[in-house]
Design a protein. Structure first.
Ligand code: SAM
Ligand code: SF4
Length: 468
């Protein structure tokens, strides 16, 4: 029997449209007050976010980026957490207009990986140097029997080993579940449960999701209520940018965050900012009027960084190097690399567009991306410590807020990056990485150095999985 969805009453359209109809430019003094407040890591209210969304002035927009950069540096330093997506099945019973996996897309080559194939994919990913996976699947499990396939896949991923490597955290992006199934998913040892609302605008949502389970707006918009009720306290949310007006999506997502904070005492662990990509047999991306320009994309990332300073922000390497560089400085804390969006794509070594969910612009292997990121001055982090030490949900926030993150995440980033350099890096990447480690150690305070130096030495002498 299909579970009936609770109503998503947290979205207040009137409040959002009232804000968006105010076109007058905010007073510079008011905007600068907001920047000062954000620098105190206090976040911003709904009205304050609306004020920044309206901002057009180029000078103040530059100040917005400077402020976001200061907040990002204070909380995340130069760390960037790396992960790889793993698509296990592109079968789907839904009809999302923008996605190549939609049921009616005859051009798509359908694949569901066997457990052996999943293990083979994971070996390739481990041998690249990854420790963190985002497992993704279409929605082709109308009953919880076939969910067993998903649970088994998680078990297979954790059980697969290659050389010194293993996957230490499996995050999952699958369709919304009822509470009981979320309990089973949690029991599999997942890290973050991620699900994007795509659009919070009910009417637009109905147009782009005409059929299938996903056409029930409320079922999707209340998904995190059920996940958190089931005890999954690291959840990841996000709009799919380009379906509707990004300004609406940011304000509605903020209402979603406030709702979760009120109900569970903790907001989402991460926010993703995917932009629509071209997809096989799909002309939606060519026809949508809501494409998000680079300028607006950067602005929305900076605004989100000020609004929810302690929430991780994820982007993929599909974005150009220039856009990524700026995004890493002003807010992004996690990025994928070496990605394939077709089931089996890692083993095949070349992504097959006709079985992919969307086009991957950047198909370089992890080594090349890591080198580029290190040369940009960011530390690629393969850390998975928090969730394994139970620092999730409110416990993570409690640690993050007093600035303690510096004494955990920075050393963990350097020790896991050292592990990557020892086990997987090419000579050029190793040289760039060693230089980066020297620079960052020199920039650390004495307490950080006391923690980080022995950890790095332990990894160099052969220990693995060293974290605090
Ligand atoms: N089927 C599940 C669902 O829809 O929630 C989970 C997997 S689905 C493949 C993961 C996400 O891919 C979707 O939530 C959507 O935001 C994103 N996606 C779909 N089509 C896309 C496209 N053309 N460009 C970028 N992202 C896309
Ligand atoms: Fe299926 Fe998810 Fe793609 Fe929609 S976005 S067609 S539910 S895989």
């Amino acid at each position: 029997m299909t579970a009936v969805a609770e109503q998503a009453t947290y979205i207040n359209d009137q409040a959002i449209f009232d804000c968006l109809s105010r076109t007058a430019q905010p007073e510079p003094a008011r905007v600068r007050d907001l920047f000062a407040k954000a620098r105190e890591m206090q976040g911003l209210t709904f009205d304050e976010v609306a004020t920044l969304i309206a901002l057009q002035d180029p000078e103040l927009t530059e100040e917005l980026f400077h402020t976001a950069r200061a907040v990002k540096e204070e909380i995340y330093g130069s760390r960037l957490v790396m992960f790889a997506p793993l698509y296990i099945s592109n079968r789907c019973t839904n009809e999302c207009s923008y996605c190549a996996y939609r049921a009616s897309n005859r051009e798509l080559h359908r694949i569901t990986l066997t457990q052996e194939e999943i293990a083979a994919e994971i070996k390739v990913i481990i041998e690249q140097g990854h420790k963190r996976i985002l497992m993704v699947a279409g929605e082709a499990y109308p009953n919880s029997n076939s969910l067993e396939y998903v649970y088994k896949a998680i078990e297979t991923i954790y059980a697969t080993r290659s050389g010194n490597g293993e996957i230490r955290r499996v995050n999952v992006n699958i369709a919304p579940l009822p509470v009981d199934d979320f309990r089973k998913l949690k029991a599999c040892g997942i890290g973050t449960y991620q699900c994007f609302q795509e659009t919070y605008h009910r009417e637009t949502y109905a147009k782009v999701h005409p059929r299938g389970r996903k056409s029930d707006f409320d079922w999707r918009a209340t998904v995190m209520d059920r996940a958190m009720e089931a005890g999954i306290d690291d959840v990841g949310i996000g709009p799919l940018l380009g379906i509707y007006d990004w300004r609406y999506e940011v304000l509605a997502m903020l209402q979603h965050i406030h709702h979760l904070e009120e109900r569970f005492g903790c907001g989402p662990h991460t926010i993703s900012v995917p932009r629509l990509e071209p997809a096989a047999g799909t002309d939606f991306t060519a026809t949508t009027p809501w494409k998000v320009s680079d300028a607006d994309f950067l602005k929305l990332i900076a605004i989100l960084r000020l609004t929810v300073p302690y929430t991780g922000m994820i982007m993929t390497t599909r974005e150009s190097a220039e856009v990524r560089h700026k995004c890493f400085q002003i807010g992004i804390s996690q990025t994928s690399a070496g990605s394939r969006t077709d089931p089996g794509g890692y083993e095949l070594a070349a992504g097959d567009f006709n079985s992919s969910q969307f086009a991957v612009g950047d198909t370089r292997p992890l080594d090349a991306v890591v080198r580029e990121i290190a040369q940009m001055g960011f530390t690629p982090s393969f850390c998975t410590a928090c969730y394994r030490l139970g620092r999730t949900g409110t416990d993570f926030m409690d640690m993050a807020k007093p600035g303690e993150i510096k004494y955990h995440c920075e050393p963990n980033a350097l020790s896991t990056f050292t592990e990557y350099l020892e086990d997987y890096a090419s000579p050029e990447t190793k040289a760039a990485g060693e230089q980066l480690i020297l620079t960052h150690i020199a920039e650390m305070d004495a307490k950080q150095q006391r923690i980080a130096k022995p950890m790095i030495a332990a990894v160099r002498s052969g220990q693995r999985d060293v974290f605090v």
